[in-house]
Design a protein around this ligand. Structure first.
Ligand SMILES: Cc1cc2nc3c(=O)[nH]c(=O)nc-3n(C[C@H](O)[C@H](O)[C@H](O)COP(=O)(O)OP(=O)(O)OC[C@H]3O[C@@H](n4cnc5c(N)ncnc54)[C@H](O)[C@@H]3O)c2cc1C
Length: 357
């Protein structure tokens, strides 16, 4: 991940967003004759696959782990180096609307993170590229220059008014509503733009508020995570971060409670102090143990656009590709999973290389 030496002949590619899709694309382009620039609004990389450090603990408070559905993800993880790769051994169990816990169906796939957190995925992928990465850079507008240039060029304008580009190809990877906002702020006189905005805006999302509960004791349990199979409980997901090597000091426990979309929408803006008691109370009832009512510290994160519930209309996204405009992300596939976003970004990266060559 270094500043690439200016190469006048290389194709210039701009990527907005350093989540799994954006870095997947940069990784796919690592051997192409291309100067790749990634712009990311946050201070860190990996987007909704996020890790935080607090009070000696490390926890993945967005995506919990990477599940290997098709073997190629697992192969890639080992390719990125198995030092610090942490497999979660304990299974995921289920509970129902009444809080009745039962073992899962045993079809659990292998689950991975890293001792240093799930953000290692983006860090390790980017380390293997020459991409220039600008963090803390929020893109607010896009310009299209056509005159005198075969095919046209794209320029990004950030929140400080600084310009990035021009790029021969532009890849947008923020969640659909944020990509739609960028497209609305795009100067490009072309009917395809309006159709694309409409298609991207139509992607529905679920909201999740993650509440983190820490305890100065640790209980041994047969599961790593519990998922609300009926989608009726206010707690949608509960997991034990201490099952991940290197995340929680011995003798402590850190629970990740991902609240249901209904609960999360209703209480999205309530102060953490107000909601933590409610969440701890629900967790204590679910686990049948009064001690969980009293965490010694708490934390939270709201994910307004947590998970897409459908895929974008691919016809609308295909129509703009010959203008050098591309999109990638979990919402393009229609499934909120890190590997889906990663491989979609990877496929689009390969496609860009092929289209431009
Ligand atoms: C609470 C929660 C739990 C989850 N659990 C799991 C799980 O256990 N396993 C799993 O596989 N998946 C899980 N997911 C889903 C998974 O996190 C996502 O599907 C995946 O991370 C999406 O990657 P992406 O690259 O498409 O988008 P993102 O990760 O959202 O990346 C987009 C990036 O664009 C940046 N960006 C946005 N706007 C701008 C702008 N204007 N300028 C510059 N940068 C911008 C963002 O900061 C972000 O880094 C979970 C998600 C949430 C929220």
């Amino acid at each position: 991940m270094t500043d690439r030496v200016e190469d006048e002949t290389a194709t210039r590619i701009g990527i907005v967003g350093a989540g799994a899709a954006g870095v997947g694309a940069a990784y796919a382009l690592r051997d192409a004759d291309a100067a790749v620039t990634v712009v990311e609004k946050s201070g860190g990389v990996c987007g909704r696959a996020a890790t935080r450090r607090k009070n000696g603990c490390r926890y993945d408070h967005g995506a919990n782990y990477l599940k290997d559905a098709d073997r190629r993800t697992e192969a890639l993880l080992y390719e990125l180096g198995d030092d610090g790769l942490a497999e979660i051994e304990e299974p995921v169990w289920t509970f129902d609307g009444d809080g009745e816990i039962s073992p899962g169906d045993g079809r659990d796939s292998r689950k991975f993170t890293w001792t240093e957190g799930i953000t290692q995925l983006a860090k390790r992928l980017l380390d293997r590229t020459d991409a220039t990465v600008h963090r803390r850079t929020r893109i607010e507008a896009i310009e299209r220059e056509v005159e005198g240039v075969a095919g046209g060029e794209w320029t990004l304008v950030d929140a400080d008014g600084e310009r990035h580009g021009p790029f021969d190809a532009l890849l947008l990877t923020p969640p659909a509503p944020q990509t739609a906002a960028l497209l609305r702020a795009t100067e490009w006189e072309d009917d395809r733009l309006g159709q694309l905005v409409e298609a991207v805006e139509a992607v529905p999302y679920r909201t999740i508020r993650t509440v983190v509960l820490h305890y100065p004791f640790c209980e041994s349990r047969p599961w790593y995570g519990l998922v609300d199979a009926d989608r009726e409980h206010a707690v949608g997901w509960l997991s034990r971060e201490e099952c991940k090597a290197g995340h929680v000091p011995d003798g402590e426990s850190l629970l990740i409670a991902q609240m249901s979309p209904a609960w999360s929408e209703e209480r999205y803006d309530d102060p953490l102090g107000d909601v933590a008691d409610d969440v701890a109370d629900r967790v204590a009832r679910l686990l049948g143990d009064e001690r969980y009512r009293d965490p010694d510290w708490v934390d939270d994160q709201g994910w307004r656009y947590a998970l897409p519930d459908a895929a974008v209309d691919r016809e609308a996204t295909e129509r703009v590709a010959d203008a050098g405009l591309y999109v990638a992300g979990d919402w393009v596939v229609g499934e909120g999973r890190v590997p889906e976003a990663l491989w979609n970004g990877h496929d689009v990266g390969e496609r860009i290389a092929a289209d431009l060559s």
